[in-house]
Design a protein around this ligand. Structure first.
Ligand SMILES: C[S@@+](CC[C@H](N)C(=O)[O-])C[C@H]1O[C@@H](n2cnc3c(N)ncnc32)[C@H](O)[C@@H]1O
Length: 355
């Protein structure tokens, strides 16, 4: 983690945003009580079709103040998190400049590809983050450090530390540890963003040569800073995971973390085919993401779908309902496994081996 100190106003704004999760817990409880009263916590009473189910549940919740209040909070958070994080960054930009300059140098290299034209799906402002992955000249820092590590990471601290749930960075390590081997030579990460999972790959596979790509240069620049700050020798390169430009059969492990649910289903297929191509025979593919709807009860699947729809995640439903196992097998992967890490089913693991 880079060393930086927010100004008081930036810190107050980001602390305020990170308190939204814990603050909405009581509102969630009241919604659940209203649904229990209406008999809608019983799977047998809920429609199989998601849109029909949404009409059933949202029709009942429309009259519940706690539902309206939590939606208003969600809207405000979605609209304000990126502008407030950018303002907090602007307050410290000048003093961060020497650190940014210093961390361009080191054993972690970055190769941009100025000819890469991002696909339309990638330009969508995912999470409703203003401008998307490259929406700010320093979006790697703004998203990776301020939105993800500060706002989300803080909200995700255990309740005793003022948060609501698990440590989102420990989850990345727990996911990497699902790999069947520790002796990989070359590892490729697709969609590394600012490098939080790359760091965990380096911890779990300390001897591996780590290559990581992303479409966003702003994210990769922050990944390079993180790599150099920790003394790693990562090979970072700008590329679409559908066309990495790497040689056939080059990698022992191809992996990614929370990328799939941000992709249209056809892009997922193309990335899996490219991963198969660049894997050595006997190599492993392991992608970690959110649980599919089939692993949830109907109410939780609706809640997930509802939050995704209004939280700027237009591809979540597609990736959460696709036939991933069938797709993996059709590409040629064997020993395919599709399972959630206990006890919460998160992260959800898609695993397959190239024969
Ligand atoms: C949720 S972030 C990934 C987060 C990161 N792996 C982590 O552990 O926090 C999704 C990333 O995938 C990247 N991405 C989306 N489509 C991609 C593609 N086709 N090829 C490479 N990267 C892609 C985005 O630019 C973004 O940085």
């Amino acid at each position: 983690m880079l060393d930086y100190k927010l100004r008081q106003s930036g810190r107050a704004a980001l602390d305020f945003l990170s308190a939204f999760g814990p603050a909405s817990a009581e509102l969630q409880k009241r919604q659940h009580e209203a649904l229990t009263k209406a008999g809608l916590t019983d799977d047998a009473k809920l429609a199989d079709d998601m849109d029909e189910r949404a009409r059933q549940i949202e029709g009942t919740l429309a009259e519940v103040p706690a539902f309206r209040a939590s939606n208003l909070m969600g809207e405000w958070h979605s609209d304000h998190h990126a502008p407030l994080a950018a303002e907090a960054f602007a307050e410290i930009e000048t003093e961060l400049k020497p650190t940014f300059e210093k961390l361009k140098h080191g054993k972690t290299t970055l190769t941009p590809d100025p000819s890469l034209t991002p696909d339309k799906y990638w330009l969508y402002p995912i999470h409703r983050t203003t401008g998307g992955w490259d929406g700010h000249p320093h979006m790697g820092f703004v998203h990776g450090e301020l939105i993800q590590r500060y706002i989300v990471g803080k909200a995700a601290r255990p309740p005793a530390a003022g948060g609501v749930a698990a440590d989102i960075f420990a989850q990345r390590k727990q996911f990497a540890e699902q790999a069947p081997r520790r002796d990989y030579g070359k590892v490729l990460e697709i969609g590394c963003s600012s490098g939080p999972f790359t760091m965990k790959l380096a911890e779990v596979f300390p001897k591996a040569e780590i290559h990581a790509c992303d479409i966003s240069v702003a994210q990769l620049e922050q990944a390079q800073r993180n790599g150099n700050n920790l003394g790693h020798a990562w090979t970072l390169f700008q590329a679409d995971g559908r066309k990495t430009g790497k040689a056939d059969a080059m990698f022992d492990l191809v992996t990614s973390y929370i990328v799939l649910h941000e992709l249209p289903v056809d892009v997922i297929g193309d990335i899996l085919r490219e991963s198969f191509r660049v894997l050595k025979p006997g190599g492993d593919l392991m992608f970690g993401d959110v649980a599919p709807y089939s692993a949830m009860n109907k109410l939780n699947a609706w809640r997930t779908d509802f939050l995704a729809k209004f939280g700027g995640e237009p591809f979540w439903r597609g990736s959460s309902t696709m036939d991933m196992v069938g797709l993996m097998k059709s590409i040629g992967f064997v020993d395919v496994k599709y399972y959630g890490v206990a006890p919460t089913n998160y992260p959800w693991v898609t695993y397959g081996r190239k024969p």
